[in-house]
Design a binder for this molecule. Sequence first.
Ligand SMILES: Nc1nc2c(ncn2[C@@H]2O[C@H](COP(=O)(O)OP(=O)(O)OP(=O)(O)O)[C@@H](O)[C@H]2O)c(=O)[nH]1
Ligand SMILES: [Mg+2]
Length: 216
Amino acid sequence: MSMGSVGVSRIKKIGRSLGNNVARAGAGVAARLRAPFHVVLVGLDGSGKTTTLLRLRYGRYVNTTPTVAFNCEKIRCGGSSWLVWDVGGSERLRPLWRPYTRATDALIFVVDACSNADRLEEARLELQRLLKQQAAQCGVLGISKPPLLLLANKQDLPAAKSLNVLTHTLGLDDIKDQHPWVAASACAVTGEGLEQAYSALRKLLLVSRQKNKSRK
Ligand SMILES: Nc1nc2c(ncn2[C@@H]2O[C@H](COP(=O)(O)OP(=O)(O)OP(=O)(O)O)[C@@H](O)[C@H]2O)c(=O)[nH]1
Ligand SMILES: [Mg+2]
């Protein structure tokens, strides 16, 4: 065997092993990209959380009853897969939001866009309380705040308020620099707007992760 042929076979061997390592690393990255984002759906009772989730899970309208604890479904929407925890929104269940939203990738706060002033004030208080808890929890754990999607549901109804009115009333305009958020309108009955809403949340999640990486 000549020196030249030994060299070539060694180079081929190194190339193969390098290729395997790159392939393994690539598979790891792909698996991480495929892993679903963990997201928690919260919002007042009757805002339509479960209807949005079941619409995405089954691709059709499903009649719901008030959630007495939580639902969990894996869905694909807006270019990603999501493991969605839908926690009941009745007053009695709201204390559960805290443990469910600990160390989540993202939050979705669903608001009934037709809510009257009292219900909007109730939603504002709950949302602001949740964001304060998030800030405290993330501070303790040393992690960044999970991006928030405000989902203005029931846009099919004539009394639905605009996104601008809702983001202002819920106090999101005031926390622009403190918490990453995005808002979108939807109708859970027809599914209109849900793809765009999840896609906007996905984009915000990726941008936030990129920012955190470059900060480290
Ligand atoms: N017109 C209209 N009705 C909707 C829409 N989304 C949900 N609903 C109705 O609103 C009611 C409450 O919906 P749910 O999905 O059960 O509400 P929820 O937020 O899960 O309520 P809890 O489980 O009690 O927290 C149901 O009667 C739904 O059919 C929508 O986009 N448009
Ligand atoms: Mg429900």
